[in-house]
Structures are given as C-alpha cells and as structure tokens.
Design a protein. Sequence first.
Length: 409
Amino acid sequence: MNTFSRREFLRFGVLSAAGIVATGYTGTLAGCASSCPDVIAPPTHRRRVLADLHVHPMMNTWLRRTPLAVSNPLLADIAENVFNTTGMTWKTCFEAGIDVLCAAHFNVFDEWLSMPTDPNPEAPANTLRMIELLEEELTKPENAAYAKLARNRIELREILSHRKGDPRYRIAVIHALEGGHALGGRIESLDQFAKRGVALITLTHFFNKGIASAPNAYPFFPDAGSRWPAQGLSEFGASVIRKMEELGIVVDVTHSTSTAINEILCVSTKPVITTHASARTLGDHPYSLYDEQIQEIAKRGGIVGIILYPYILSNFRGEEAAKEHGSLRDVVRTIRYTYKICGTHKHIGIGSDFSGYIVGPRDMKCLGEIDKLRRMLLDEFDQDEQIVEDMMANNVIGFLNDYWRSGQV
Ligand SMILES: [Zn+2]
C-alpha cells in the first residue's frame, strides 16, 4: 500500500472532506450513534457494573464547537453518524448502572493540524477548554441527574458511596487526556491539568509529538516526515513521566510503540496502566502489547484495560471483516488470555473507547448495553460474579483510589 508523508496525508484528508461537502453528501446518515436504544438495566444493585478507563463522551460535542464544524455542520453530521458508530449518553449509562467513566479529552486539531508548529503552543489552552466544556455539560440539570464530576479520589469515593437505587447514585466522571500533545511541549502545563483533577494521561497518540513514538495504528496513518526521533521515549517524555508521578497523575502507555513502552517502564517508578489495550499474540498490530509488557504492567501493580474494538483485538483480514464478524467474543478471548498470562484477574480492566471513532463489536453498539459483556464473562468464568465485577469495575476503582493523587482539595 502507498504511504503518505504526514503533510500529504493531511492534505488528502482535508481534500476528501471538502469533496464530500462540495458534491452535496446526501447518503443516509445511518443509525444515530447517540440514540442508544438497547439499555440493559443491571440485575442487582449490589454489584458494580463498569469503571470504564477510556471513553469519549464529549467527542461529538467538542467537534461541533470547532470552526470547521461550525461553518460546515454537514461535516459534523457525517463525522458523527457515519464514522462515530459506538454511542453513549449519560442517561443510558446511568440506566445501565455504570459506576465510573474516565472521559478522555482529545483534540484532533492540536494533534493533526498543528504540525507546522509542532507542538501546538495553544494545545494546553484548548485542552482546558475541553475540560471546561465537560464540566459545564455535567452541571446542566438534564445531565446532573445522571453523572457527576470527581475532581479527586476523595470525591470519587463520595460519589461511589451511593449505590444504584439510591436517589444520590450518579456516574462518577473523571478527566483524562489522550495524547501528550495536550501539553504543547511545556511541562508546566501539567500543573494546570493536575489542579483540574486530570487523573490519567496517554503519553502519545497517532503521531510522535516529541514525547514518545506511536505505532502505525492504521495503515494510512504513517508517521513519516516526523521531526522527532522515530523510536522510544524522548528526554522530554522522561521528564513528563517524573512530573506526572510527582503530581499524582497516572501514566497511560497506550498508543506507544513497544520500544517506547519498554523505556517508559524503565523510567517510571510507580505503576503504569494501559487504558485501552490489546494483546499482540492475539491481534498482531503494532498497537498491541507483547505478553512480557502486559505481564510487567501487571507485576508492577498497574491495570491492563481491554479495548472493545475487535479489529485491534484479533487478526481479521481488514477493518471491513472486523466490522462484519468482530464481536464481544473477541473481547472475552482477550480478557481470558490476559488473565492466563498474568496468572490473576486483579490487573484487568475495561477501556471501551466508545464514542471514539472505533468500529465496535457487532453485538454492542452502545455503552448502555454493557450488561451483554458481563453476561458473556460470567459464562466464560464459571458464573463467578466476584471475578467479573473485579475485572469490569473494582480493579480500576481500587487502582484509582491507590494511585490517583492529583486534584486534591
Ligand atoms: Zn486511543
């Protein structure tokens, strides 16, 4: 397959989008992703349902605010309805009994369109705006009835003390950042993020932005033309890790190359996590982790959050085949495998990546349907409710309680 340089790739993307608009896109905007029709209520109020390490509740709202979408609302419609096919709403997540959502903030413009000034000096301010947008969203009465922001682990504990069925029950929502490009190349940005209670930062994303190298997540996303070294963790990246540890922000190694992950593991002195991961042995993608890395993260007390994205979890012929055949079976298989190679279930979590432009399992299109996964895991793990509850929620909640220290009041 032909590969593009980063600039060519961007030019190609912008021209394609312009072409769609210019030719008057009239295709059916298939299945509104955010409608989430099939909520399944938890069978009992006793058990926790899900602490999702990685989800994008604000992606559509944020993209709608960008100048490109404001001037071309049709582009936003296409993006949301054609490409963002996994959905979630606060209400459906509430009805499904979900406990925690780590809301990953990601600004595509700071990562993709800032390349001439890489890293974008405006990225920290844009990130704070995304943080504010989520906070505003959660104070609206129609959302406040379902979800509440946890700015630190004390607030998290308070929110989680009210179980389902109690009128005070709310989903605890936590700020997380996807991609160290949010720092804009300045380590001081971390102070502001810590103050706002950002709990987790994924160090790198699709492109190496001077912190750590990123693998080719998709064949058409080459990192060619990058001005940063092609491999591993940079000096700046190492200082970012040290500062994050000081501030009590958890390091997320997802999206790092295997070389970068090894170097992150050398530099870090506290447990690290991978919020939305897959195993290389089962899904041979550069994005996926080797067994030794999964084992090392677990051995150091971290969490391996399994993504709900079959294409990445298994060896499908391509994305189309994954779309047609990929299901929650791929998720369950990866969880079983991770359990096997770690020798315990205590370091397993879920990072759905829902509403984040992934192609979800064909049998689950909305986070409100999370009970489907719980039931399949019960079948896989001999109906052991404790093990399933731990993997879906308790391990992550316990980890946040132990290692999240930012945002203290
Ligand atoms: Zn991601």
